[in-house]
Design a protein around this ligand. Structure first.
Ligand code: UDP
Length: 238
């Protein structure tokens, strides 16, 4: 095997749901807990984070309520920036230097997305939090995960899920026969319509040979374990 040129480098996806603890807004206790789990791997793993924004606004929902889709999506993207800043604050409090980079320029609040600089931050043991999605309407933060992970040469995407501890053959909340999978291919997920992440994102991971681990937030220390490479949840591969 080739000698890796960098330490383990991973991209963690935190959906908006995770920030709100199921409600609208940011739940400080929850975000603090996650931040402490990320700070625990400082110096061992290079970490970037893509944050969702569903705890504030989802473009598709606003659009169904009559708003122009693109404008609604910008509102959604701005919501992710609030999550990014909350996470940055608790990471810094936990002793983990953090930079937020946004895909929509807002110089007073965050750096702009500059991929090489993001890599440099990680090499210096800083966590990079990517906010404002791709900066483009009609995209999701799942797709941004795939894109940012590829551009920053990350080893894998870690999808933190709330309320479920991996990928199942059916919805475990409604189907008692649902079985948890240890491994799944993107092709299977797409064919069987298992919604691990949206289709655009899965296609991008599949086509570019990017692995992903889907795991549950709830277990004690699970975020730390996933960051360190423990085989919890479900591995999804091309
Ligand atoms: N969004 C967007 N372009 C992007 C990323 C996000 O337009 O590149 C908008 C979209 O409206 C989305 C919202 O931001 O509904 C919040 O992101 P997402 O739904 O992916 O968050 P999550 O479901 O992970 O909480």
């Amino acid at each position: 095997a080739e000698t890796p040129t960098h330490r383990r480098r991973v991209l963690l996806k935190l959906s908006g749901e995770v920030f709100g603890g199921g409600a609208v807004g940011v739940d400080p206790a929850t975000v603090r807990g996650i931040a402490e789990q990320i700070a625990a791997v400082k110096g061992q793993v290079e970490v970037s984070v893509v944050v969702g924004g569903g705890n504030f606004f989802r473009g598709a929902e606003l659009s169904r309520a009559g708003m122009d889709r693109a404008r609604a999506d910008y509102i959604g993207m701005l919501g992710t920036v609030m999550n990014a800043l909350a996470l940055q604050d608790f990471l810094e409090q936990a002793g983990q230097p953090t930079r937020v980079q946004t895909a929509i320029t807002m110089g007073q609040v965050a750096e702009s997305y500059i991929p090489l600089r993001a890599v440099r931050h990680m090499e210096k043991d800083r966590v990079v939090v990517f906010g404002a999605g791709a900066g483009m309407p009609y995209f999701s933060t799942d797709t941004v995960c795939a894109q940012r992970a590829l551009e920053t040469h990350s080893d894998m995407v870690l999808m933190a899920k709330s309320g479920v501890d991996g990928v199942y053959t059916a919805d475990p909340k409604t189907n008692p026969d649902a079985q948890k999978l240890d491994h799944l291919t993107y092709g299977d997920a797409l064919r069987k319509n298992i919604r691990v992440m949206d289709q655009t994102a899965m296609t991008m991971c599949n086509d570019n040979d990017l692995n992903m681990r889907v795991f549950g937030m709830e277990g004690e220390g699970n975020v730390t374990r996933a960051l360190l490479g423990e085989e919890i949840g479900t591995l999804v591969t091309p």
